[in-house]
Ligand binder design. Structure first.
Ligand code: B12
Length: 421
């Protein structure tokens, strides 16, 4: 039977829908019937897995057997929709057109023999697993020979499925597994309709001189939270305060990641993941400090409206708590009037403003000046952040404007309300 016709007959089957769970070969000897053997050989290749189906005339028996298998399969948690369809297909009258070999060759013992596969239908819809690729497509996108890809398929290095016609096909999952396990890359992912991946995704973030900073930077870019934590702890164990360690390692690494992101040397997800890790590490350190004393002076602060940066203000909170303030981080993207309200409600002695991004500097200046005027003489206003440059600074009203958390610690420690560790 020609393959084309064969595929056509089975067009309702997609080989990616099924996979062989088990091959069953059954030979049932029959009592010899002299003279008129009506056993017929069904020669149709249902699949190209060289299966031969020899049926007796008694189709009911076959159906019964398949039902039993189906039940057994269901009991084992498998699905057998395709098996029944295949059998129906086989059982069509036109499948019986071949005269039996048994009839022509009387030396053969009469038997019913059939080999078939238990086919497990996959549960996911086909579309979810597409696309799948031919070895030639993969070879083109990897810039290797097609025969190499076929060899990898046959050795199981690339997980491969077969079409009904027996051709090798590689699913996206299989391809990704292969690339992951072998460290190979697609030179031309676009050749198979995939977006190009950043081949030069860095985990070495250059720029730091200190070995601890270097290892923290690369662990952070790698997403290795354990190593980040260990390096941070080692810094604290070496005598740095928690906020100093955070500034030396976290701020430094985030600056490095920002530059690497700007140069397209890391992917954006690495930066987002790094932020998340740093948030957790700072929260851990904050919790290690423990509760502040009941009479500790209160400080409140955060980032202004349209500023979504969370790490700088969290770092300020950590630093102030470490020197004995009851520092309360109000978070990011907060209208400045809300700072005033929080200071009033909490009876705060210090308000900090961490400014990393400004959409409308003029509006910010007005709001900042209003906030400074409303806080009163007893409340210190500390301003800092990466966008506070000389020209902006000159238009703001504050008690102190610092470039770093270290400076803030020194100044806050000197304020009247500040208390010693
Ligand atoms: C993480 C990150 C983000 C994240 C933040 C997420 C989060 N959950 O926090 C998000 C996604 C919001 C983001 C967005 C954008 N980002 Co961004 N981002 C960064 C990155 C990589 C790290 C920021 C950070 O957390 N640093 C760590 C903190 C601790 O360091 P720090 O801010 O310098 O703070 C120190 C001091 O300033 C000081 N300090 C800070 N606050 C205060 C307060 C007081 C009172 C005191 C005393 C001191 C003080 O102490 C800190 C410790 O030393 C920086 C790179 C960098 N150089 O910082 C880019 C960076 C700031 N981003 C940049 C850009 C371009 C953007 C976007 C415009 C990108 C875009 N196209 O959308 C947007 C703008 C968003 C906006 N309008 O708010 C550029 C800015 C370039 C420029 N010339 O302005 C940078 C520099 C990256 C780069 N190299 O290109 N970003």
């Amino acid at each position: 039977m020609k393959r084309g016709r064969h595929l056509d007959q089975n067009k309702h089957l997609n080989v990616l829908d099924v996979h062989i769970v088990h091959v069953v070969h059954v030979v049932i000897p029959l009592p010899p019937v002299k003279g008129n053997l009506h056993y017929r050989l069904h020669r149709k290749k249902v699949f190209d897995w060289n299966l031969r189906h020899v049926f007796s005339k008694n189709i009911r028996f076959f159906r019964c057997f398949s039902t039993l298998l189906e039940l057994a399969g269901l009991a084992a948690g498998l699905q057998f929709g395709v098996l029944s369809e295949t059998i129906q297909d086989i059982c069509r009258p036109r499948s019986w057109q071949h005269r039996s070999i048994l009839r022509r060759n009387s030396s053969l013992n009469p038997f019913i023999s059939f080999t078939f596969c238990l086919l497990q239908t996959r549960k996911k819809p086909v579309a979810a697993r597409l696309p799948h690729f031919s070895p030639k497509q993969i070879a083109n996108s990897m810039q290797v020979s097609e025969s190499s890809v076929k060899r990898w398929c046959d050795r199981g290095v690339i997980p491969t499925v077969r079409t009904i016609g027996g051709h090798r096909r590689i699913t996206l999952d299989g391809l990704q597994q292969f690339l992951r396990e072998t460290g190979q890359t697609l030179v031309h992912p676009e050749a198979i309709g995939l977006p190009s991946l950043c081949q030069c995704r860095r985990t070495e973030i250059p720029g730091a001189k200190d070995p601890e900073q270097r290892s923290f930077r690369s662990a952070l870019a790698e997403g290795d939270e354990q190593t980040c934590r260990a390096v941070l702890r080692a810094r604290v164990a070496g005598g740095a305060s928690r906020s100093e360690a955070a500034e030396d390692l976290i701020a430094d690494a985030m600056h490095g990641l920002g530059e690497a992101w700007d140069c397209k040397e890391i992917d954006i997800y690495q930066e987002r993941r790094a932020c998340d890790i740093c948030q957790r590490l700072m929260m851990e350190m904050r919790n290690e400090i423990g509760p502040v004393s009941a009479d500790a002076p209160v400080a409140v602060g955060g980032s202004p409206e349209d500023d979504h940066y969370q790490l700088p203000t969290a770092m300020v909170e950590l630093a102030l708590r470490e020197i004995g303030w009851n520092a309360i981080n109000l978070g990011s993207n907060l209208p400045l009037d809300s700072f005033r309200q929080a200071a009033h409600d909490q009876n705060a002695k210090l308000v900090w403003l961490s400014v990393s991004a400004l959409e409308d500097p003029a509006r910010f200046i007005v709001a900042e000046n209003r906030l400074a005027g409303s806080l009163g003489e007893q409340v210190s206003l500390f301003v800092g952040g990466r966008v506070i440059d000389e020209s902006l600074r000159s238009k703001l009203r504050y008690t102190a404007c610092c470039g770093s958390v270290r400076e803030l610690v020194q100044l806050a420690g000197m304020t009247q309300a500040g208390i010693r560790r």
